[in-house]
Design a protein around this ligand. Structure first.
Ligand code: DQA
Length: 151
């Protein structure tokens, strides 16, 4: 296991997964997502720290605290993706890999979802693959960490 965990942060309303617009977000709950991340992380030898908050300030605090404590950050900032310069500024503080993830394909949805502040502070973005996107994000983190270890 890597010494530092991969921090996986989820923003507003993602605690309602399973009942929230299931035609868009599916029937899986946040607990199901966490279990998927823990299982896939374990298969890659990555420790996982998985959290959700509805509060922008708490999300920013967690991002700031990731400096020096997390091996990488995977973030689904949910609605804050499209509105929060402050979340983007916090992400720009990090020197570790940052991967943006969304369950839905934000580019196929309403125009206001097409712009992501998070994307401009991320190494890359994954969207449209439902919960599998979190697995893909962990694979990307694993690859980036392996590259850094041999650089
Ligand atoms: C989301 C997409 C956002 O536009 C939306 O506000 C969410 C969830 C996703 O995972 O598809 O809350 O981030």
């Amino acid at each position: 296991m890597a010494e530092r965990p991969v921090l996986i942060l989820n923003g507003p309303n993602l605690n309602m997964l399973g009942v929230r617009q299931p035609e868009i977000y599916g029937r899986e709950t946040l607990g199901d997502l966490e279990a998927l991340c823990r299982a896939h992380g374990a298969s890659l030898g990555l420790a996982i720290d998985f959290r959700q908050t509805n509060a922008e300030g708490e999300l920013i605090g967690w991002i700031q605290a990731a400096r020096g404590t997390a091996a990488a950050l995977i973030v689904n900032a949910a609605g804050l993706t499209h509105t929060s310069v402050a979340v983007m500024d916090a992400l720009l503080l990090l020197e570790v890999p940052v991967i943006e993830v969304h369950l839905s394909n934000i580019h196929r949805r309403e125009p206001f979802r097409h712009h992501s502040y998070v994307a401009s502070a991320a190494h890359g973005s994954i969207c449209g693959f439902g919960s599998h996107g979190y697995r893909l994000a962990l694979d990307a983190v694993n690859e980036l960490l392996a590259r850094r270890a041999t650089a």
